[in-house]
Design a protein around this ligand. Structure first.
Ligand SMILES: Nc1ncnc2c1ncn2[C@@H]1O[C@H](COP(=O)(O)OP(=O)(O)OP(=O)(O)O)[C@@H](O)[C@H]1O
Ligand SMILES: [Mg+2]
Length: 266
């Protein structure tokens, strides 16, 4: 079984999907075998990782694996990440698209919140790490992700609503983890993303995030860099993105992978 991490904030647009993808890539680069689960019906992570939804072709996604309610169902879903870099050979994706919205209406079925854990069981034995990209919500999909995960990794911007969104996640996990059968779920850390140190308001908010989360805040803080958005826009690895300061952006996620490995070592 891989080490499983749910990437989450109850605030949208803070960079959860980008951090999940670039952290996974940095881990693969150092030899880890990584599974990425897109657990957001927006499907942004899937597109950024090069997956293309094709209505004329039967493509099994994470949604069908959850719907199947069968142990190990995710084994049929993993698809290669088709980026033109060596390390992508160690990355697999469980893609999602709008169809995943249909799983919400099944939230009331007995045991529904355990269906991702069930689908993953045995299907990540050949992987070292599984990174689950959650929607910006604490409802059913995220609850399934929590029940399937070892840790939750909070991503925030240095902005009040994003910091409060991360705090709601921490409180929710504290209050609800037993009810979700996620008793051992830990908060692995808080990643500050998209940071612009030239803005006094952001410097102030960074301080307040550090006060709130203490040593849960991971190093490094990820700066705002156009190249990060460009890579995602063009669905390419960061190394192949257009724009300046590629090396700095790549290095930041490599350092983040170091922190991930230190903080999540069993
Ligand atoms: N450090 C960064 N520098 C510049 N742009 C960034 C950075 N991080 C993320 N972005 C861009 O900001 C936008 C929002 O990021 P992303 O979609 O990853 O956020 P999200 O939290 O997953 O959103 P959602 O809540 O909708 O799932 C995207 O265009 C993304 O490429
Ligand atoms: Mg996202």
């Amino acid at each position: 079984m891989a080490r499983r991490t749910a990437v989450i904030n109850n605030r949208g647009g803070v960079g959860k999907s980008d951090v999940a993808l670039r952290l996974a890539a940095a881990l693969a680069k150092r030899g880890r075998r990584v599974g990425l689960i897109d657990f957001d019906p927006q499907g942004n992570l899937s597109r950024r990782a090069g997956w293309v939804y094709n209505p004329n072709q039967r493509q099994i996604t994470v949604s069908e694996a959850v719907q199947a309610d069968r142990v190990g169902a995710l084994a049929q879903v993993w698809t290669p990440v088709r980026w033109n870099v060596e390390y992508a050979s160690r990355m697999v994706l469980a893609p999602a698209w709008l169809e995943l919205e249909n799983r919400y209406s099944e939230a009331g079925l007995v045991g529904a919140h355990l269906r991702l854990a069930k689908a993953l069981h045995g299907s990540d034995d050949d992987l070292d790490d599984v990174i689950i990209d959650c929607p910006p919500s604490l409802f059913h999909l995220t609850q399934m992700a929590f029940a399937a995960s070892d840790g939750a990794l909070l991503v925030t911007r240095a902005e009040i609503d994003a910091i409060l969104g991360a705090r709601r996640v921490r409180e929710f996990i504290g209050d609800k983890k037993e009810a979700l059968h996620a008793d051992d779920l830990t908060i692995d850390g808080v990643i500050i993303n998209d940071y612009d140190q030239g803005r006094p308001r952001q410097r102030q908010q960074l301080k307040s995030a550090r006060r709130m989360f203490g040593n849960l805040v991971w190093d490094p803080v990820i700066a705002h860099r156009e190249v990060i958005a460009n890579a995602s826009n063009d669905h390419v690895p960061l190394e192949q993105a257009n724009g300046s300061q590629v090396n700095q952006a790549v290095a930041a996620f490599e350092l983040l992978a170091d922190t991930y490995q230190k903080r999540t070592a069993a």
